[in-house]
Design a protein around this ligand. Sequence first.
Ligand SMILES: [Zn+2]
Ligand SMILES: [Zn+2]
Length: 332
Amino acid sequence: MEFRFDPLRRYWVVISPKRAWRPNDFETQHRDIGDPAACPFCEGNEAETPPEVLAVRPDGSAPDGPGWSVRVVPNLFPAFIGEPGADPRPPGAYRAAPARGYHEVIIEHTRHDTELADYSAEHALLVLRALRERVRAIARDSAVRDLLLFRNTGPRAGASLRHPHTQLVAMHEVPRTIETELAGIREHRRATGRCLLCDLAAVEMQEGTRVLERAGSFASYLPYAGRIPCEIFVAPVAHPPPFADLSDADLADFSALLLGAIRRLRGAFRDPPYNFLLHALVRSDELPDGHHWRAEILPRRGQFGGFELGTGMFINSLPPEEAVLRLRAAAP
Ligand SMILES: [Zn+2]
Ligand SMILES: [Zn+2]
């Protein structure tokens, strides 16, 4: 298992071999474990996961048994491991790095067949507090330069297990998506002396035509150049403290906007599959306060085609100014 860097296209790839590659492995596979008895994330099946690193246990029950309401475990099939694995001398112009970092699973609920959109405000806050606690713990490792929380909801969004869960990956490399953002932030700072992310949030709030909802220091809005129909940001409207340092009151505002956006999406578009992304920690030597953490909700219609892969461009067939009207009309 290792990271390899493509010097031409400037991105890192995780080479993570699996044992048996079969001829039909390019076909779409949905592993929906319908039977909770066979689900490693269901209450009672705790022995099927690695030992928990965090659990909310209202009744004070013992670790790695029933009685939890949110449970965090290392991923049984990690894309990143703690041990060096790379060949220190890759051939020619190539660059490689050991796949060091963290890969954890936040099991959000004891119920197998519930969904984020159905959580109570209290339960959503419990989940977010568990995420904050893990981000805080991993942030102590100064080698970590990027921490991404992500959620795949529905097989078409890449979910392989139905049981509601979020994944956490933290790595020593800065992924290209973030490297590109940091370059934009640097350029804007040089030209104007200001923070690009603060300026963009201010434009969105002032314009208002793509704003879905506001709560406290946060807003949900559809970005001006959203890549796909109904791409939604849930983000701070001013330069934020690190995600790890958010207060409970801030988390509650953020949580309300997140639940609202997902419920509206479900109401307006018949429960679409979606990815949820949250870059909760970005470390940059040049821009110590340069980045804002931000959540993105990306509904999925299908696979990306040749145009998207060949150009890195997206064709969005529903302008964000129209999409937001449909979301506003749906019940939160
Ligand atoms: Zn389950
Ligand atoms: Zn800012």
